[in-house]
Each structure stands twice: as C-alpha cells, then as structure tokens.
Design a protein. Structure first.
Length: 367
C-alpha cells in the first residue's frame, strides 16, 4: 500500500501581498465553500484505497485570508477522526503576515495536527524586494518554535539573485532544517551574465556548506547526481501529478495538479482534454541535445509547463536546461570536496558531471 495521497484545495485566489513574480495577475474574489471542500475530501477518502493516508493542502492566494473556512474544515474532520476510513492530515503554506491574534492562538493550540510552512524569500532585503516590504510583519520565531522540523519555502527572483547565497545562509542561521528554494519564472538563461551570477552565488553557498558539514544543502545543491549512472534514457517528472497528487479549484473541479488550473483558465486545455491523459503512462520525446546530455536522467520535467510551452505533455521544455546543468555541476563539486559523505558510485557520478562540464562547457553554450 502506498503511503500518502496529496490533495490540494484552492480555497481562495485573494492575497494581501503583491509579489513581483506572482503569475496570478487577475485574482477572483470567489472562495471555495465548506460544502465543496467536504464533498471533495470525502470523495478522496473513499476512492484512495491504495493509499494509507490523505494529506490536505490548503492553497491560495494567501490561505489565511480564509482562516474561518480552514478552521471549520479541520475541526469538522477532527471531530469525527475515529470514524474516518484512513488518517487525514492538514497543512498549508503562508506568507506569515496574517499569523497573529486568533490565527496564531489556533495554530499554537493545534500545531501537533496542523502543519504550517513559512514562505520566506531570504534575508530582509531580498524578501522585501520580492514581497511588498512585508518582512517586519512576520514572526519567524513562531514558525521555528511551533514546527521545528518544517522546511521553509523560498523564491529567488531575477531582482534578488544577487542575494541568493546571503539569503540562504540567513535562513540556515534561523535554524530551518531544510530550505526548499526555487527560481521564479522570468529568468533569461540565454543571458550569460545571469548564468555567471547564479554560479557565483552557488560557489559562495558551496564554501558555506564545506565549512558547515552538519548543515543540509538547499535544493540547488542537493541534486541526486547518482542518477547519471542509470542505464537507459528517460525523463523523470518533478511530482506525482495525476497519480499521487490531485488538485481542486474553488468550484470543486478536479485536476492532476494546481498548475493545470491555469492551463484551463487560459483556454489552452478543457477539463475533458486534461483527463483524457493517463498521467502514469506519458511517453517523453527526447529531442536534440537532450539525447546526448549527460544529466538527462536527473533532469526533471513538468507536464503542465511542457504543454504550456510546447503544446505537448511529453515534449520537454528547454527553459530550465542551463540552470539544471549549473546546479548539477555545483552539486557534483560540493560532493566531491565533501568526500567523507559520499559512496564510490556517487563520487564516480560527480566525476563524470565535472569532466563533461569542464571539457564541454555545456551550461554556457546554446541549447
């Protein structure tokens, strides 16, 4: 039996901030109703026989703008937890600015059964550039104390790339055990100055991790390099969209993941078209440089992004090729210099990546 199924409920599109990289430019005032949420959660509880548990993720916008709805849903299921067919857990990710007063009190009371991740874009300078000068409105210590094992989520924009290393180190110093950091849309990776700056920031981080071997590297420097040794040629996806992951919009329509809602909203796909596909059996088409790229087996893809860019789920977009190559190279360097933490196969994989990069300079040439 599989461990857990991830269900995301888009309860609102409203947000109290105006992040510079946000792709939700036209936010609806609509919200999900309590009845819709219960109907969809009940459906997944009944029709997920192969899973041990269900994890419900409240998504926005800013989810706590609908705190009363979150509270009502959670307390409804907690009141009948002994009668549920399987365990049900709840969590959300918040910008933190509304976590005060009765919201903070409720979260503190239920921190053992409601998990809350903080979205923090680095040090105060970087965060304020990205997120409407909101850093001073966040009680970071509250999140660290309530959920000491919870990761922090962070976005790097083109405007804050220059503060990447400083920001990651800043968040490590807060004591977050894991930093889930991603790059915002809008980077121009054909611009070699962007690539050079990204590499320079990763070099600073690499030096930090070498000095602090007890710290787990952030996502940018924790690529599973050993996958380059696997035989065959295939592409892995970032998530379990359409299989272990399901998303519902505010009207209760069902999608493989949250990003498919945007494809439907833009008119690129109908709901019927979306569910004509078996997302466990998509065949990827490797084209051009993908066929010979040494990191092809560790390079992830996204169904929704593929369709958005190429009009096909199985044709991988090259938008992130350079950045993935840079991350693989810098991860390989870090692991090689941290030899005591790696087995022989991992070190061999690192050597292959480093040699390919340094001989071909593949991350700085055209895709």
């Amino acid at each position: 039996m599989k461990k857990s199924k991830h269900i995301s409920l888009s309860i609102t599109e409203r947000c109290n901030l105006n992040c510079i990289y946000c792709f939700e430019k036209s936010k609806s005032p609509q919200k999900m109703t309590f009845e819709t949420a219960v109907e969809k959660i009940d459906f997944e509880l009944i029709h997920s026989e192969e899973y041990q548990s269900i994890a419900v993720d409240f998504m926005g916008g800013e989810p706590f703008l609908e705190f009363d709805l979150i509270k009502k849903i959670c307390e409804y299921y907690w009141s009948k937890q002994n009668d549920l067919p399987k365990p049900l857990t709840f969590f959300t990710t918040t910008n933190g600015t509304l976590v005060n007063g009765r919201i903070k009190e409720w979260l503190a009371e239920h921190s053992d059964r409601f998990a809350c991740a903080l979205s923090l874009d680095g040090n105060p300078l970087a965060h304020n550039i990205n997120r409407s000068n909101s850093f001073s409105r966040i009680d970071v210590n509250f999140f660290r104390e309530m959920w000491p094992k919870q990761k922090v989520k962070s976005i790097v924009s083109a405007e804050t790339l220059q503060f990447l290393a400083e920001s990651v180190i800043y968040m490590h110093n807060w004591g977050f055990p894991q930093i889930e950091i991603k790059l915002a849309y809008g980077f121009d990776w054909t611009d070699l100055s962007q690539c050079t700056l990204f590499m320079s920031e990763l070099d600073k981080l690499k030096a930090f991790y070498l000095q602090h071997p007890e710290v787990n590297p952030c996502l940018f420097l924790s690529i599973n390099v050993k996958e380059v040794l696997e035989s065959g040629t295939y592409i892995k996806k970032w998530c379990q969209a359409g299989e272990r992951t399901i998303s519902y919009d505010m009207d209760g329509n069902r999608y493989p993941c949250r990003y498919f809602q945007d494809l439907r909203k833009s008119g690129k796909l109908s709901l019927e078209d979306i569910w004509r596909v078996d997302y466990g059996k998509i065949q990827y088409e490797l084209s051009g440089s993908c066929r010979t790229c040494i990191i092809r087996n560790l390079c992830r893809t996204c169904y929704a992004l593929n369709y958005d860019v190429n009009g096909s789920f199985g044709v991988k977009t090259h938008m992130s090729c350079r950045v993935t190559q840079i991350m693989a190279y810098k991860t390989a360097q870090l692991i090689s210099e941290r030899k005591s933490k790696a087995d022989d196969d991992t070190l061999r994989a690192c050597q292959l990546i480093i040699e390919a990069f340094e001989k071909q300079g593949f991350q700085l040439r055209g895709i």
